[in-house]
Design a protein around this ligand. Structure first.
Ligand SMILES: Cc1ncc(COP(=O)(O)O)c(C=O)c1O
Length: 432
């Protein structure tokens, strides 16, 4: 009989782990051997354990548009509740095609050039798997959203990193060209607007990327989840609209950020038919499809008029100004976002030093896996525990040995941001 006391359960778990460890089994996959858990998602667990305000994992604490939640409650009663067609519900694809035409001027055929996925996360994975063979290479800008290197490795491909300047986030076109020209390079990943840097690629920069993509016959896999979160005077340009790019751009995006529904897991890929044919098959085997009732409800959002997007921009501009003005008043140095909703704060002044791999490890008492060895990891743990605000160590986004930055996001209610800023007044107590 299974006796449910904490001690007894722990004993049983201990025996089970020991038993499993004692059986000689085949090693698990080589490809995933070097994976750690996602640092972003780990920081959310630390925030929860410490009762810290979670400005690490980027999701809003405000509600989605009311029209959307109202429609969702209707759909709960009326359905659909069974599988949608694997490529995504017809009305969703049609509405998305219309929205995309409105914003980019590109008309994607809902039957042949659109697939609805479980978030942009699946969209990126399905795209990469459709493009890459084991041994291929994929160019990534660094800093980069941590999923991209994992996606690349899961495909058996190797990432090739091109650094963005830490001063103005520009890239050196010659360095980019030598990366894109390497034998075996198949694709470049473009996150625009970018997480974590907040960079919005200019038309000129996108033209350089496009010219090189055509010259070296590469695919450009985009992640444009922040396409509608842009701060004036910056503007979003869809690289697919540039000459020669429609055929070679695989555009991934999602509804997560645009409609504040990160939990609905609705994303999509837009691509020319020959490429999309393959992506559809990969998607079908990966997930079968996105959630039917959520797609049905979300059609409402895809039909919102321009006033919704103007309101979204105004809301995010307000949150950005509130938060960055607060950080400025605290005398902190940080990157000014051009888009998306992140700032990278420079923690050099706090005396955490530089990489110290053998250093003393500390962790939140009940999150045993959350140990840091890098200065910025330790800083984030201390900040969550002692200041009550959770951030993401910048090192998890960089290929280069950068460990003096931490990422905070500001997609939060005013009261949450004010409370976070109040707590951050104590940040200098962390000075060593
Ligand atoms: C750049 C980027 N891409 C993708 C995602 C995840 O998107 P989705 O919720 O659509 O899977 C995030 C989430 O933070 C992100 O920042």
């Amino acid at each position: 009989m299974f006796i449910k006391t904490a001690g007894r359960v722990n004993d049983l778990l201990f025996c089970r782990v020991n038993f499993l460890n004692s059986i000689a089994m085949q090693p698990l996959s080589k490809r995933t051997e070097t994976f750690t858990d996602s640092v972003i998602r780990r920081m959310t667990r630390i925030a929860n354990a410490c009762g810290a305000i979670n400005l690490s994992q980027g999701f809003p604490d405000f509600d989605p548009p009311e029209a959307l939640t109202k429609r969702l409650s209707e759909v709960a009663l009326t359905g659909p509740h069974q599988y949608a067609i694997t490529f995504g519900a017809q009305n969703f694809r049609e509405a998305l095609s219309g929205k995309q035409f409105h914003f980019s001027g590109l008309r994607y055929d809902p039957q042949k050039e659109i697939v609805i996925t479980c978030g942009s996360t699946e969209a990126m994975m399905a795209s990469m798997m459709s493009v890459c063979n084991p041994g291929d290479k994929v160019v990534l800008f660094s800093p980069f959203y941590e999923n991209y290197s994992a996606d690349t490795i899961l495909c058996g491909a190797t990432p090739v990193y091109v650094p963005l300047s830490p001063v103005d986030l520009s890239f050196d076109a010659d360095v980019l060209e030598s990366a894109m020209a390497q034998p075996g390079v198949k694709a470049l990943v473009l996150c625009n607007p970018a997480n974590p840097s907040g960079k919005v690629f200019t038309h000129e920069e996108l033209s350089i990327i496009a010219t090189l993509a055509v010259k070296y016959d590469l695919y450009v896999i985009t992640d444009e989840v922040y396409e509608h979160i842009i701060y004036a005077p910056h503007r979003h340009t869809y690289i697919a609209t540039l000459p020669g790019m429609f055929e070679r751009t695989i555009e991934c995006s999602s509804l997560s950020k645009t409609y504040s529904i990160t939990g609905w897991r609705l994303g999509y890929v837009l691509a020319a038919e020959p490429v999309m044919e393959r992506i559809k098959k990969v998607h079908d085997f990966l997930t079968v499809g996105a959630a039917a009732p959520l797609m049905e409800a979300a059609v409402t959002a895809l039909r919102f008029d321009d006033s919704y997007y103007a309101g979204l921009q105004a809301h995010y501009t307000h949150m950005k100004d509130l938060f960055t003005n607060g950080l400025r008043n605290l005398g902190l140095r940080f990157t000014e976002p051009q888009g998306a909703y992140f700032v990278l704060i420079d923690i050099s002044e706090f005396g955490y030093g530089h990489r110290n791999v053998g250093g003393v490890r500390e962790s939140c008492s009940d999150v045993k896996c959350a140990v840091g060895t890098l200065p910025d990891e330790q800083f984030c743990i201390d900040m969550a525990q002692k200041v009550g605000v959770a951030a993401v160590p910048g090192s998890s986004f960089f290929r280069e040995p950068v460990d003096h930055l931490v990422r905070l996001h500001f997609a939060k209610k005013d009261e949450t941001l004010y409370e976070a800023l109040n707590r951050l007044e104590n940040l200098r107590k962390l000075k060593r």
